[in-house]
Design a protein around this ligand. Structure first.
Ligand SMILES: [Zn+2]
Length: 364
């Protein structure tokens, strides 16, 4: 068995993933730092984001790998992060190059098997300028009652499905997708809510970048996600301004598999408040290229169901009640398929994309 078939670096829950990450970071001689979270996990665990720095502290070239932006999606990024720290990836750091692993940037969402933060915020919609007028998404307001049914009984769900189908019929599939998931800043109890200010996870991200990257000159960032696209395929999604230097850098480093939602070439669509926009501002002193590495799992129709049910559980149901386990298993399995073939594909593709990033940094 080669390292590409060893899925032992993946975990069953946040606590195990953190334990494996800390152990692997220590054995690798990485500089570890914990960023404590104010709330606890479902088993009473003290939550934290962890960072591990590998390589010279003053390196001018840095690869940043982020896991857990969307909480429950953290399992996917953690496996290859732990594997790399264990030496499984075969990747070697060129001179003047370092790797910054950010493990579980949304630890509350991950521990509770949710996509959102403790503020019910989609961290990947939270990086807007809150001092400026917020993005306007009137379609979301129309869909909100149907996306958040009061009950999971069949009649209520049938009515909400019918209303959503009517919206698609009237406005088209793309407009419906933008309305439902591009982000909204009006319904704190809704889906894909961008927040009313920077979340703990965003503030922690900003502190990590200020601590570790004020002097880096060239930076590749890979933010690990799941839930869109074909099963097991990792799509590098680039949301930098089309035609600009950051997109050209991403294409030079990651080649023709780079997709651009703003050009309609991605499994994703245009969105507000993305993490890369915040990184562009925080790392304005450096030449950067940022991709979301998005691993496909199951059809998006299933994703809508698991997010709807999880939202219901945490707003109207009982997360500790008898019905919770089935909902939690469903959301975890959607964003983290419980199959070794999927994990093997994640390992291969992740290390491929990180190797391409290191090669690109070396040539920059
Ligand atoms: Zn995601």
């Amino acid at each position: 068995m080669t390292a590409l078939h060893d899925v032992g670096a993946f975990s069953r829950d946040w606590r195990e993933a953190r334990s494996k990450f800390l152990d692997a970071a220590r054995r690798a001689g990485a500089e570890h730092r914990a960023w404590p979270h104010p709330l606890a996990g479902p088993a009473g665990d003290a939550l934290a984001t962890d960072t591990a720095w590998l390589g010279p502290r003053d390196a001018s070239r840095v690869l940043v790998v982020i896991s857990g932006t969307h909480g429950v999606e953290g399992f996917c990024g953690s496996g290859p992060q732990v594997g790399l720290l264990r030496g499984d990836s075969g990747l070697a750091l060129p001179d003047d190059t370092a790797v910054l692993m950010i493990h579980g940037i949304n630890p509350h969402g991950w521990a509770w098997l949710r996509r959102v933060t403790e503020e019910n915020v989609d961290l990947n919609r939270n990086w807007v300028d809150f001092a400026a007028p917020l993005p306007h998404n009137p379609g979301y307001a129309a869909l909100h009652p149907h996306l958040t049914p009061a009950s999971l009984e069949p009649e209520a769900l049938a009515a909400s499905e019918a209303a959503q189908a009517a919206f698609v019929a009237e406005h088209g599939a793309h407009a419906a997708r933008v309305a439902a998931s591009s982000g909204q800043y009006t319904h704190p109890d809704g889906h894909f809510y961008g927040g009313s200010g920077p979340t703990w996870a965003r503030r922690t991200s900003e502190a990590i970048l200020a601590e570790y990257l004020p002097r880096a000159r060239t930076i590749a960032i890979v933010d690990m996600h799941t839930g869109l696209g074909p099963y097991g395929y990792g799509e590098p999604i680039c949301n930098h301004a089309p035609g600009g230097p950051r997109v050209r850098r991403a294409r030079a480093w990651w080649g023709d598999s780079v997709t651009e939602p703003l050009l309609g070439t991605s499994s994703s669509q245009e969105k507000w408040g993305l993490t890369e926009f915040g990184y562009e501002r925080c790392l304005a002193h450096a030449d950067i290229a940022f991709v979301a590495l998005e691993f496909g799992t199951y059809p998006e129709s299933n994703g809508r169901v698991v997010l709807r049910d999880d939202h219901w559980l945490h707003t109207r149901g009982d997360p500790a009640g008898p019905g919770a386990a089935a909902i939690k298993t469903a959301i975890r399995d959607h964003f983290y398929p419980p199959h070794d073939d999927w994990k093997e594909m994640v390992l291969f593709r992740s290390w491929q994309v990180w190797r391409q990033a290191l090669a690109g940094l070396a040539a920059a």
